[in-house]
Design a protein around this ligand. Structure first.
Ligand code: FMN
Length: 388
């Protein structure tokens, strides 16, 4: 395990603080790319509100001195029940943000999911995370590129791949369109003004070099260019079969919101499903991801691994997700807010806060072992009846 002397940020006391501080430090175009959602953006809020409405029952006189957050998933034992969700272009939040995520996952023995559009190569991420990396992929037009990345991942030592399937078409992201956020970047007068009015970010980012999707840049096949808006619409059940045939390691299918799809994905040989609505960044008229979790749990059965993301904004949200049927949780924007606010120190602090909140919640519902969390801790009237 890597040791270092990084002190947790003293500026951050909650995910809300981290968001607010990152909003100030980051250019609007970058903050909006992180914070934004699709269409009317309501779903991102709905995700968190629905989690919030799950109310847990305090239990007393249980001796909760020896609490443990260790959680097994896919045959691995992690020290905490959450990891870092895959996010592209992470280094926009702070130079070296990917490396921070990798180091923090090694330090805490939790997984970090490396986006296909990551700003550090998958090889470097694996090394920095001391093997705690899972490789995430989309299938664009060029399936060969994905197969090449799977070969690279295998040769590096990766054991887990994630195929994200909820972006057959990229949704409309109003804020990105308004700000002229695109990749490859185009810097016109509007963007120049945005950068000039956020000099701390601009100077450090320019000095470190504009973040690039490094898996593309280092690719042997393809043109090395990440075309964010390119269609991913041809991905179908046959594609899943080809990926399953190719990848002999563990395969997670991410972005599933339908109990029927979940059942079929399980039958197609996936090892786990990540229940997610992409943090409200895809189908804006979908429901909160947490609402689908118990239904998907029912359709795949009690033993099939389910990972959950979308809307988690506290350690108690993680406990809520586990109570609703998840085996493990992934966190997206909160870690970007934390790094956007205060770099490595911010990330360290947010991880500490989430751990502490999860542990406190566990104790207050009268449990010592996170593996004992079930729907019994939920106040009955809220199970499957989340209104917003
Ligand atoms: C800035 C950003 C970039 C993302 N990039 C990817 C990506 O490359 N691949 C992917 O599968 N999901 C991506 N996601 C979705 C996250 O993995 C995750 O599903 C979502 O952020 C979880 O919701 P939360 O942000 O409310 O925690 C991205 C999300 C954000 C905020």
């Amino acid at each position: 395990m890597m040791s270092d002397n990084i002190l947790p940020s003293q500026k951050i006391f909650s995910i809300k603080d981290a968001r607010e501080l990152s909003r100030k430090r980051l250019p609007k175009l970058v903050f909006d790319f992180i914070d934004g959602a699709s269409g009317d953006e309501k779903l991102a809020e709905i995700n968190s509100k629905a989690l919030d409405q799950i109310r847990l029952e305090p239990k007393v006189l249980r001796n909760v001195e020896k609490r443990s957050l260790k959680k097994k998933v896919l045959g691995y034992e992690f020290d905490f029940p959450f990891g870092f969700a895959p996010m592209g272009m992470t280094n926009l939040s702070w130079p070296g943000a990917d490396s921070m995520l990798a180091a923090e996952s090694a330090r805490n023995n939790i997984p970090t999911c490396v986006s296909m559009a990551s700003t550090t190569t998958l090889e470097k991420m694996y090394e920095l995370s001391e093997g705690h990396s899972w490789m995430q992929l989309y299938i664009f037009q060029d399936e060969n590129f994905v197969m090449e990345l799977l070969d690279r991942a295998k040769n590096t030592g990766y054991e887990v791949a994630i195929l994200t399937v909820d972006v057959p078409v990229l949704s409309r992201r109003t804020r990105d369109d308004k700000n002229g956020f695109s990749y490859p970047f185009k810097i016109g007068p509007k963007q120049f003004f945005d950068f000039a009015t956020h000099p701390t970010w601009s100077i450090s980012t320019l000095l470190s070099g504009i973040p690039k999707p490094m898996n593309y840049v280092t690719s042997k096949s393809g043109d090395g260019i990440f075309k964010r808006k390119e269609s991913r619409g041809s991905t179908d059940w046959d594609t899943l079969k080809r990926v399953r045939d190719k990848w002999k390691g563990k395969l997670i299918i991410k972005g599933v919101m339908s109990p029927d799809d979940a059942k079929q994905i399980k039958e197609a040989g996936a090892d786990a499903i990540q229940v997610s609505n992409h943090g409200g960044r895809q189908l804006d008229s979908a429901t909160a991801a947490i609402n689908m979790l118990p239904l998907i749990r029912k359709s795949v059965g009690g033993d099939f691994p389910l990972i959950f993301d979308s809307g988690i904004r506290s350690g108690s949200d993680i406990v809520r997700a586990l109570a609703f049927g998840a085996d493990y949780a992934m966190i997206g924007r909160p870690v970007m807010y934390a790094m956007g606010a205060d770099g490595r120190r911010g990330l360290r602090r947010i991880v500490e806060i989430i751990k502490e909140e999860a542990s406190t919640t566990l104790g207050l519902v009268g449990l010592n072992d996170i593996n004992d969390v079930t729907s019994n801790i939920v106040i009955d009237s809220t199970v499957n009846k989340v209104d917003y």
